[in-house]
Ligand binder design. Structure first.
Ligand code: SF4
Length: 83
């Protein structure tokens, strides 16, 4: 039987981000901030499953609730757009 893999998608609403940077401090593999104003940038839309707990920690810490982590079934994985 095939091993089940946790797939998830990370999105961030730049219109509500206040640039606090807590997401970057907790999960620098997935988040960065724009140089000009500190607004969040998502580095990995579909991170490896080993980063799930850290990404969820960023969701909890974000003061503006800008970050969303959505679990996906395996068959909904879409190509990453190269960002
Ligand atoms: S923790 Fe939230 S408010 Fe702070 S930079 Fe990250 S997304 Fe923006």
């Amino acid at each position: 039987m095939a091993k089940s893999v946790l797939r998830f998608r990370v999105t961030a609403d730049q219109s509500v981000c206040v640039g606090a940077g807590l997401c970057v401090l907790s999960t620098s593999e997935v988040f960065d901030q724009r140089d000009e104003d500190g607004v969040v940038k998502v580095l990995q839309d579909y991170p490896d499953e080993t980063l799930y707990e850290k990404a969820m920690g960023a969701v909890r810490k974000c003061p503006s609730k800008a970050i969303r982590v959505e679990q996906l079934p395996d068959d909904r994985i879409e190509p990453v757009d190269g960002r």
